[in-house]
Design a protein around this ligand. Structure first.
Ligand SMILES: *Cc1c(COP(=O)(O)O)cnc(C)c1O
Length: 230
């Protein structure tokens, strides 16, 4: 007898987490990286509650969300049940949502402009929360894409840390779709070393193994874990 569809879906998600953890471990080994040196951020945008719960039931606790409102819908009532949950904001943040973001998230991966740095500084002070932030770098210098341009990165990092007192722990990028991702991973790693930062968030479903070879400490995976988005 076949189990019902919803059970099959939950089993599939658990299998996917298993498979991805094995692939991460293998990529760490091949790259000579320490076991467990890469954190999996499960990108849960446009997934339903059942899928999130299936992921939680595998023991997974680190999730990435793109939008503040959707993150509140997803995690508002689950959060109190999972005190060790860690939510990363991985989508663009409008300054008028900075307060909600500081209240909900544990890590902001998309710090990319001075106005946002100021808004986060004010909100963190008001809420007594000091969230670690990653600076998003527009390594491909694409007009439509968020992120600070590489030429402005050093000054911006200085502004965030010295002027705003933010805790910047690393860099994040989303490579252009039509270029080899490895090139952009290498650029981001170079910038990380120049700024002496510990973390690199790079690599998605299609290229996370390459990102691990390139030094990623955080990979953000959606479809390879949850299947296609609604
Ligand atoms: C959706 C998303 C991901 C995950 O992408 P997949 O290709 O589904 O793995 C990673 N990073 C960001 C910023 C995203 O928006």
């Amino acid at each position: 007898m076949q189990p019902p569809d919803d059970i099959i879906r939950l089993m599939t998600i658990a299998d996917n987490f298993d498979r991805i953890h094995h692939q991460i471990a293998r990529a760490e080994r091949i790259a000579g990286r320490a076991p467990g040196s890469v954190s999996l951020v499960a990108a849960s945008k446009k997934q339903d509650k059942e899928s999130l719960i299936a992921a939680l039931e595998t023991g997974h606790r680190i999730f990435g969300e793109n939008r503040v409102q959707e993150a509140q819908d997803h995690w508002g009532d689950l959060r109190p049940l999972y005190p060790d949950l860690k939510l990363h904001l991985i989508g663009p943040l409008q300054t008028n949502k900075a307060g909600d973001a500081v209240g909900l998230f544990d890590v902001i991966e998309t710090l990319d402009r001075e106005k946002l740095a100021r808004a986060l500084q004010d909100e963190m002070a008001a809420q007594g929360r000091a969230l670690p932030c990653l600076i998003q770098v527009n390594t491909g210098e694409e007009d439509q894409k968020a992120g600070i341009h590489p030429k402005d990165l050093t000054d911006f990092h200085h502004f965030c840390t010295q002027e705003c007192g933010l805790t910047v722990t690393g860099l994040m990028c989303i490579p252009p779709v039509d270029e080899p991702a490895g090139l952009h991973f290498a650029l981001l790693k170079k910038y990380r070393l120049a700024l002496k930062l510990p973390y690199l968030s790079m690599g998605m479903s299609a290229d996370f193994e390459k990102a691990i070879t390139g030094g990623a400490t955080h990979i953000r995976i959606g479809t390879a874990l949850f299947g296609s988005r609604q």
